[in-house]
Design a protein around this ligand. Sequence first.
Ligand code: NAD
Length: 290
Amino acid sequence: QSTNMAEFQQLLRSSKNIIAVCGAGLSAASGIPTFRGAGGMWRKYDAMSLATPEAFAQNPSLVWQFYHYRRESAGKAEPNAAHTALALLSIPSQRKGVAPDATFSIITQNVDGLSVKAMDKVLEKHSNKGLSPLMEMHGRIFDVQCTSKWCKRVEYNTSSPICPALAGTEDAVAAGSLDLDIPVADLPRCSKCKALARPGVVWFGEQPKELDTIAKLVKAADLCLVVGTSSTVYPAAQYAEMVQEHGGKVAVFNLERSAGDTEADFLFLGPCEKTLPEALGLAFAVESVG
Ligand code: NAD
């Protein structure tokens, strides 16, 4: 296992199909708490136990307070240097240190939309076209989905707040409390059939999105960058290993040691908003995008 940046950059230059598998740590520097790291609300409630269909069936008010808080923080957050570095790598003309004909794809477990925001920012700045694929495998926090099995309508809704009853509850949640008992009738409803709506993200126990496309990308990859994920949520947790199984290389960019990183070919411990732009040789480009 190597921690040598120059050696990694040499590998990057010779790689043909590169993927980045990202998790909550990618957005930590943008002020969005990870599920496992230190952070007020997660101490009182196990975030994992709120992100399930069972939790929603049992107490939709509690789950909506949690998602309202997350929607509000995601809406205010800005992409950090790690998002920008990945966005720059997604635009062939902006890349540095990568073969001109190499492919690059982002597979993210994050639902905060910051990778899209970073690409939008880079595009505005450079008015470029031809972005690489971005797979938001756990969906988007601003999607709202009807719970009626006859309707199932999904709407992209960035309203703040999502409904009047949830207005202001984010402060209580940030302080570690999700105790308000909001009547189900006051929770978000489907705009078409008026049934109860749920957050349109993929919950634990549900099928992630884009799995067929992701499987193809993983199969073709000769380099996998693992960015800010504890690598404990499947199927994303197995992608790095799958790349290695067919002879590809893996480079991990995580704040601290994580599951499976002893097998990684490269390990860069520290905040990915620093290590990733540095490793991709994009420090100057990141500064210029701001
Ligand atoms: P996780 O919380 O399990 O792990 C986050 C990892 O990132 C940890 O290993 C942590 O050490 C590392 N980390 C923290 N700050 C970092 C930084 N600045 N630089 C590099 N690494 C850093 O997250 P996960 O692996 O993504 O799995 C949790 C599940 O919850 C996923 O489904 C994820 O999508 C979801 N989630 C998403 C968000 C979001 O959309 N931003 C936030 C929380 C959780």
